[in-house]
Design a protein around this ligand. Structure first.
Ligand code: OFO
Length: 161
C-alpha cells in the first residue's frame, strides 16, 4: 500500500500532467494564431495525450485507495518568438517531467511499493518517446530555419498526426 507521502507525490504528478496539457494548449493557440493548422493540430493532440496521462494517475490513485486532489493550474505562455522556440520549450518541459517521473519511481522503490513502480514503467517509456519525437521536430525546424515554404510544407505533414 502506498504511503501518504507517495500518494501526495502521485497527486502532484496528476496535476503536472494537466499542466502539461495546458502548456501544449497554449502552444496550439499560438500556432493557430499564426495560421499553421498542422502545428496547432499536433499540439492539440499532444494536449489530449497529456490529459490521458493525468487520467491514468487519476485511476491509479483511486485504485491505491487515495484521493485525487486537483490543484489550480498556471496560465500557459501563449506567444513565442518562433516555432523553434516553442518546440525547444516543449523539450525543456518534457525533460523536467521525465525528472519528476524518475523522482517518483525513486520514492516508490524506497518505499518498496511495487504497484507504483510497475505503474510508472509505462511513463518511463512514454517520456523517452515524447522527448525523441520533439527532438526530431526540432531537427527539422532548424533545417527549415524560419523559411515560409518549408514551414508551410511541414505544417501539412504535422497535420497528419
Ligand atoms: Fe505526460 O508526457 Fe509530456 O508531459
Amino acid at each position: 500500500m502506498a504511503t501518504d507521502k507517495l500518494l501526495e507525490k502521485l497527486n502532484e504528478q496528476f496535476n503536472n500532467e494537466l499542466q502539461s496539457a495546458y502548456i501544449y494548449l497554449g502552444m496550439a493557440a499560438y500556432f493557430s494564431s499564426e495560421n499553421m493548422n498542422g502545428f496547432a493540430h499536433f499540439m492539440n493532440e499532444q494536449a489530449k495525450e497529456e490529459y490521458e496521462h493525468a487520467m491514468k494517475f487519476y485511476k491509479f490513485i483511486n485504485d491505491m485507495d487515495g484521493r485525487v486532489l486537483p490543484q489550480a493550474l498556471e496560465a500557459p505562455k501563449n506567444d513565442y518568438s518562433s516555432f523553434l522556440e516553442a518546440f525547444e520549450e516543449a523539450l525543456a518541459h518534457e525533460k523536467k517531467i521525465t525528472a519528476k517521473i524518475y523522482e517518483l519511481l525513486d520514492m516508490a522503490l524506497e518505499e518498496k511499493c511495487h504497484a507504483t513502480a510497475h505503474f510508472l514503467q509505462w511513463f518511463i517509456e512514454e517520456q523517452l518517446e515524447e522527448e525523441n519525437s520533439i527532438k526530431d521536430i526540432i531537427f527539422v525546424l532548424k533545417g527549415i530555419d524560419g523559411n515560409f515554404n518549408g514551414l508551410y510544407l511541414y505544417d501539412k505533414e504535422l497535420g497528419q498526426r
